[in-house]
Design a protein around this ligand. Structure first.
Ligand code: FE2
Length: 308
């Protein structure tokens, strides 16, 4: 049971982590030791890369933009074939299919997609533009530590990721969406907010973590005199998006049909992703939810990403 002293310490820490000084610096409200661990690790990986490569990276757009699109990252026909395979697995209710009861009817998950759909999904990382975009963000090599395929379905419900929120991942991490079906305003493109708007909402007291999330953020914006200007990127099957999930965003249900994506979670790495994957195949096959507490030791406990 939490003692009074622990409760007070917890409240003080929460206040510090939600102060502008802290969230503007880290773009999250995680514990300091996690931010420090990831920043140090990213720096070491980047140094190691620079020792053997002429690394002269421009600033990554992902530092100031929530999402960057890469057109035709894989062959659109291959992307559609992965989506068809998802349909096949869902239709026969394969063991890899998971339906989270809390978002019943909104999303179907295909687990272990690198096995169930195929390693060819990772061709997205062999696209020179995507690889360069990721290397620019990581200032060196990167590794895949989680892969999941998601099918979004038409629904009127607004819960969980369908509410405006920011995830709470460590710095120097990002997600990649490989789009297996087209997505636009009709067919379920994720909506984002800019860095400036994300910070303005936090400044007004909206962090969107856990059960603080609300559906109608427009009322909050009006009340606080904030701009409400979400945006999305229209994408085709085969396009990829790299995504800084600590900016405000929300999933949008398609109005008809479905929207399929492969989602990869990426962290800095001292070695190329293919080598890292070979060394950590068992972890990546069945990773715990959240992110590794220590990116240099994947066997250490994982931390949930949005329960702040
Ligand atoms: Fe999210």
């Amino acid at each position: 049971m939490m003692t009074v002293a622990h409760k007070v310490a917890d409240a003080v820490l929460k206040k510090i982590q939600r102060s502008p000084f802290y969230y503007k610096r880290y773009n999250n409200v995680l514990q300091y030791y996690i931010n420090r661990t990831y920043i140090r690790y990213a720096r070491e990986c980047s140094k190691r890369y620079a020792a053997t490569h002429p690394a002269n990276f421009p600033p990554s757009p992902l530092l100031t933009e929530p999402a960057v699109c890469f057109r035709g990252a894989i062959d659109p026909q291959k992307a559609r074939a992965f989506s068809e395979k998802m349909t096949e697995l869902i239709d026969r209710n394969d063991r890899s299919i998971f339906r989270d009861p809390s978002i019943e009817g909104m999303q179907v998950v295909v687990e272990r997609p690198l096995e169930t759909l195929g390693m060819g999904l990772l061709d997205v990382l062999r696209n020179p533009g995507v690889d360069a975009g990721l290397k620019t963000f990581f200032r060196g090599e990167y590794a895949v530590v989680m892969a999941v395929a998601l099918r979004s379905l038409p629904s009127q419900k607004l819960v969980s990721s369908w509410l405006w929120h920011s995830d709470c991942y460590p710095p120097h991490t990002c997600k990649l969406f490989l789009h297996l079906t087209p997505a636009d305003a009709e067919t379920g493109a994720t909506e984002f907010m800019s860095l400036a708007d994300t910070m303005a909402y936090r400044g007004a007291g909206y962090f969107g973590f856990g059960n603080e999330r609300i559906a109608n953020i427009e009322d909050f914006a009006r009340e606080k005199g904030l701009p409400y200007r979400p945006f999305h990127n229209n994408v085709e099957a085969g396009d990829a998006t790299i995504f800084n999930m600590n900016f405000f965003h929300r999933a949008v249900s398609p109005r008809k049909g479905f929207r399929d994506v492969l989602e990869l979670f990426l962290i800095p790495s001292p070695i190329p992703w293919e080598e890292h994957l070979k060394q950590h195949a068992d972890y990546v096959r069945n990773p715990p939810s959240g992110y590794p507490k220590d990116p240099n030791n994947l066997q250490a406990a994982a931390v949930r990403s949005t329960m702040m």
